[in-house]
Design a protein around this ligand. Structure first.
Ligand code: HEM
Length: 139
């Protein structure tokens, strides 16, 4: 039987909307910037660096919002809400979030093109994994 559809309380709407909006900026931004890179290169040698710096001014605040609203998400669970499998998925999500943030940092500081490319690619995969696990956690 289908569960009855219901509306989320106002504060839950705010909490999840902020979390999802920040995820959209963090992940969507990475994909869009990567997609625009070949065009941006045509604007000059230092154009990719300028675009990357401008994106970092948006992406790091978005990452901070993800952490803050993520902690809020966990705190919003009533005692005993998280099953063993929920906690296991949350544990994997923590690893993905640390990996994503860490590798984006490596990407910004790396000078070797190989390390720059690899760290950006794996950071995007880890970010998408954190998103998919989040959708699972939301149930
Ligand atoms: C790269 C970083 C992150 C991304 C891309 C991300 C993405 C998402 C997405 C898309 C959802 C599903 C929202 C929904 O369908 O309602 C979600 C849910 C969730 N996220 Fe994150 N998240 C990130 C970081 C975090 C962090 C750092 C925490 C904890 C400290 C966290 C805790 C949660 C929890 C507990 C839920 C379930 C919310 C609920 O059931 O109400 N997330 N996340």
């Amino acid at each position: 039987m289908l569960a009855t559809a219901h509306l989320a309380p106002g504060l839950d709407i705010l909490r999840i909307s902020l979390h999802v909006l920040a995820a959209a900026v963090w992940i969507g931004g990475q994909i869009v910037v990567a997609g625009l890179l070949p065009t941006v290169r045509g604007f000059g040698d230092d154009a990719p660096k300028k675009i990357a710096r401008a994106f970092a001014r948006l992406s790091w605040p978005a990452f901070a919002v993800l952490i803050i609203t993520g902690i809020w998400n966990v705190a919003a669970l009533k005692n005993g809400d998280g099953s063993q499998s929920w906690s296991a998925v949350m544990g994997i999500k923590y690893v993905m979030v640390i990996l994503a943030g860490g590798l984006v940092y490596v990407h910004t500081t790396a000078t070797s093109p190989k390390l720059k490319g690899a760290s950006a690619g794996i950071a995007l995969l880890a970010s998408v994994a954190a998103m998919v696990l989040g959708v699972g956690l939301a149930g």
